[in-house]
Design a binder for this molecule. Sequence first.
Ligand code: NAP
Length: 239
Amino acid sequence: MAVVTGASRGLGAGLAARFAEAGLALGLCARHEPPVPDGAAERAVTAAVDVTDPDAVDRFADAVVERLGRIDLWVNNAGLLAPIGPLRDVDPGELRANIEVNVLGVLHGSATFARHVRSRPGGGTLVNITSGAATRAYAGWAAYCAAKAAVDHATRVVALEEADSGLRAFAVAPGVVDTDMQALIRATPPERFPSVDRFHRIREEGAYNSPAWVADHVLGLLDAPPDAPVVQRVPDEPR
Ligand SMILES: NC(=O)c1ccc[n+]([C@@H]2O[C@H](COP(=O)([O-])OP(=O)(O)OC[C@H]3O[C@@H](n4cnc5c(N)ncnc54)[C@H](OP(=O)(O)O)[C@@H]3O)[C@@H](O)[C@H]2O)c1
């Protein structure tokens, strides 16, 4: 059984679809209630949940467990890129919103899942979706880069704190996936995002990782060897 946050569109919806194909029961949330993947109606719980609200995340987990039983895999995927532009120019409210979703949202989901794993026997797998921007600095993405770096390091902390409960924690950078987030990047003028050409080129070359490819990498983590790195990048999909 798997939970995916930010499952209303983009990578999260694609992860959910692949997990459903693999036969997993699903708990899916986003601010807009996510669609149920094909064939999963009998084994899916969907809800409108804002991951910045820790109580709402807890209530969602309780509803999922009540209906579908124990959660084996929890994917904190919900995220946002904005604001884009030099830090000196961006709106402080947008900065706050970025950190609330990308950092606090991931911390709330991680905490909820860690408590769940300790509430029943057996371990669990936590996957926090990070980005290459955690380690590569992009002018125009101060909040996003800072947030994803925080996700990487917080995931290392959770991996240490929860090892004795059998919880394995990973931060997984999916590579470039063609979603609304990519459309927003391509629509940004170079004055606000000087690296925009790179993303136009990726589009021209179709050099994306599909959500199904990312999902298969995540599913592989359910049997990760003990020495698997906490912070990982999904390899480029062969084409
Ligand atoms: N696309 C890429 O190339 C790429 C590369 C590296 C990393 N990532 C990461 O992959 C993840 C998914 O990105 P994406 O490209 O699929 O983005 P997206 O198309 O913009 O989708 C973002 C998802 O997050 C949800 N979300 C946003 N704020 C939320 C909140 N406060 N509470 C709950 N859900 C919220 C959105 O749903 P609602 O609007 O319904 O809430 C949506 O389902 C993100 O963590 C992103 O940083 C993406």
